[in-house]
Design a protein around this ligand. Structure first.
Ligand code: NI
Ligand code: MN
Length: 227
């Protein structure tokens, strides 16, 4: 799978001929000013929760690609009703759906979720993907939670996206434990360095994961890696 990091929690994955985007927050991100969102391809856009730093560019990228927005029920309704965008799919925690590229399960995240105007945006979630090219977990914004131990009971992960920036989500110490809970030794760090509250020491982060035989990947914004 080809994975491209677009900064903050925004990641893009190509699974076969399907383009999947997570949590697009690009145009307001000064660190991603070299990314031109009109070049981003998406068949599906998965949104972990309603916060602005996860949905800011979702509608424009969805419209330009005729992409399906997948998120919790409240966010699904918001795009349908507030934005008249109906190419959407609702998923709630514990639920799975077979898409054309593979199966996605919606799982718990410990965080909050509101829209930019402050209204309720359901519960925050993560997503577990099972595809013919490999399995992975996109955690979204979350604290470390024992619920993560449920994931490997059902899915053997090849890699995972975990937040590591602390303050709003898990920090490095907890993310190292999360990697053990999900039984995955290849982690792509997200949700760090975007704002002053979440600046990390990348070298220290890599060493903390390496001490538990886990590889922490921190691609540059705009960089693609193949896993
Ligand atoms: Ni958030
Ligand atoms: Mn966030």
């Amino acid at each position: 799978m080809k994975i491209t990091f677009y900064g903050h929690a925004c990641c893009h994955i190509e699974i076969g001929s399907t383009n999947i985007l997570f949590d697009p927050f690009i145009t307001p991100n000064e660190k991603a000013s070299h990314i031109d969102i009109s070049t981003i391809k998406a068949d599906y856009i998965f949104l972990s929760h309603g916060h602005n730093d996860h949905i800011y560019d979702a509608l424009s990228i969805a419209q330009q690609n005729d992409a399906t927005i997948v998120s919790n029920f409240e966010i699904y309704q918001w795009y349908n009703k507030q934005h008249n965008y109906s190419k959407t799919h609702p998923l709630a925690q514990g639920g799975s759906w077979k898409f054309d590229f593979g199966k996605v399960k919606c799982v718990n995240a410990i965080h909050s979720s509101s829209f930019p105007d402050g209204t309720y945006a359901g519960n925050p979630v993560g997503f577990v993907f099972e595809t013919p090219e490999g399995n992975f977990y996109f955690a979204g914004d979350t604290a470390l939670t024992m619920d993560m131990k449920l994931i490997p009971m059902f899915t053997k992960l090849d890699f995972a996206f975990l937040p590591i920036g602390d303050n709003f989500t898990m920090g490095i110490e907890e993310a190292v434990v999360a990697a053990q809970f999900i039984e995955c030794n290849k982690i792509i760090g997200i949700h760090y360095d975007t704002f002053g509250f979440i600046v990390i020491d990348k070298e220290q982060a890599s060493q903390a994961f390496a001490a538990k035989n886990t590889n922490l990947l921190l691609p540059e914004i705009g960089e693609s890696i193949t896993l």
